[in-house]
Ligand binder design. Structure first.
Ligand SMILES: O=C(O)CCC(=O)C(=O)O
Ligand SMILES: [Fe+2]
Length: 342
């Protein structure tokens, strides 16, 4: 079960045992325990929860309305010495029913790909050095970025068209730039990626994500790219979630979840969810089942929770996604997810 959702009280009813408290939280170095120790002076607490993904707004839930009222009167708008002198902005809050499509944040996040047991998923930590990371960032920052609605991209080899989720194979932009040659050589000689020994990766998409921006759930179009998809993370961390819809009709579900960022295993017993932490300088490989049958998704969060630790997204995450453009139809073993075989 995910956390309860809170909202403003309706019909002008102001009182509630729950307070929405802004200007404190893990993103500004104040833990939920710190906040609880301040509010518990006013009565029995049921808990302190993140109000949203900002890391700076919480819900303080009391057992009794009167306790919330006392805390509200004492703390609203005044600097709080126990919380770094911050002024808290407080209002009443009520629990709302959980919508069907709400994302639950309870999916555990693994550090290693082997813990996920998704066939074909690999993650190599520290695939490049900090110096190489810096050089790659400088190289892309000296080239023009294309601005999408929420993030910036660069395409090399072939342009990826987001409107048709495919590439125009007749329009080659040229070879991949020389600044990625050492990475490509290391990929083909890396023992973890045995299947990549002879592959010639010819398409590169560079994505730059500001904090709080992610990527909707998707499977890279089968007919656009061959089996192996590599993603190198630079500059900042994120988590990547994987979703597998067991029975057919994947397209409808992907489309609806892309809009709502929703769906949860509680709502759909055939919907599996797993997540992995992608630190900077790590290289992810999606191949086989991981590439063809699982949606990958970067939640639109400013902070991620990894094994109980709160990890803040950096000022940006830049990823280099290397793929090989497919020229014929896809003949994978996952026809229910395959645009070539539907
Ligand atoms: O940013 C990433 O690591 C993944 C990018 C991705 O999935 C894509 O461009 O299709
Ligand atoms: Fe992708």
């Amino acid at each position: 079960m995910g956390l309860p959702r809170f909202g403003r009280p309706k019909n002008g009813v102001e009182l509630s045992p729950n307070l929405y408290v802004a200007n404190c939280g893990p993103a500004v170095g104040i833990s939920h325990d710190d906040i609880a120790s301040v509010f518990c002076k006013f009565g029995e607490l049921k808990g302190v929860y993140a109000a949203d993904e900002s890391g700076t707004r919480v819900i303080v839930s009391f057992s009794e309305e009167g306790s919330a009222q006392s805390a509200f009167k004492a703390l609203d708008g005044t600097p709080c010495p126990e919380l770094g002198g911050r002024s808290l902005h407080i209002r009443y809050s009520v629990i709302q029913p959980t919508p069907k499509d709400e994302v639950s944040d309870m999916v555990p996040v693994s550090i290693n790909a082997s813990e996920l047991s998704i066939p074909g998923l690999y993650l190599v930590h520290n695939f490049i050095s900090a110096k190489e990371e810096e050089e790659l960032l400088q190289a892309v920052d000296s080239r023009p970025w294309n601005s999408l609605a929420k993030r910036r991209v660069q395409h090399y080899g072939y342009e990826f068209r987001y409107d048709i989720r495919n590439v125009n194979t007749r329009h080659c932009l040229g070879e991949l730039p020389s600044f990625v040659s050492p990475i490509l050589e290391r990929i083909s000689s890396c023992p973890t990626f045995k299947s990549a020994e002879h592959i010639v990766l010819d398409q590169l998409t560079v994505n730059e994500y500001p904090p709080g921006v992610g990527l909707s759930p998707h499977i890279d179009t089968h007919s656009a790219f061959e089996d192996l998809i590599f993603s190198l993370s630079l500059s900042g961390p994120c988590i990547m979630e994987f979703r597998k819809y067991e029975n057919g009709d994947w397209h409808t579900k992907v489309a609806s979840s892309a809009v709502s960022e929703g769906g949860s295993p509680e709502d759909d017993s055939n919907f599996l969810r797993k997540a992995i932490y992608l630190p900077p300088r790590s290289l992810l490989l999606l191949s086989g089942e991981a590439r063809y049958a699982w949606n990958h998704y970067i939640p639109h969060h400013k902070i991620d929770k990894v094994n109980g630790r709160v990890i803040r997204r950096a000022s940006r995450r830049v990823s280099f996604t290397f793929r090989k453009v497919r020229t014929g139809a896809c003949e994978c073993e996952f026809p229910q997810y395959c645009d070539s075989q539907r």
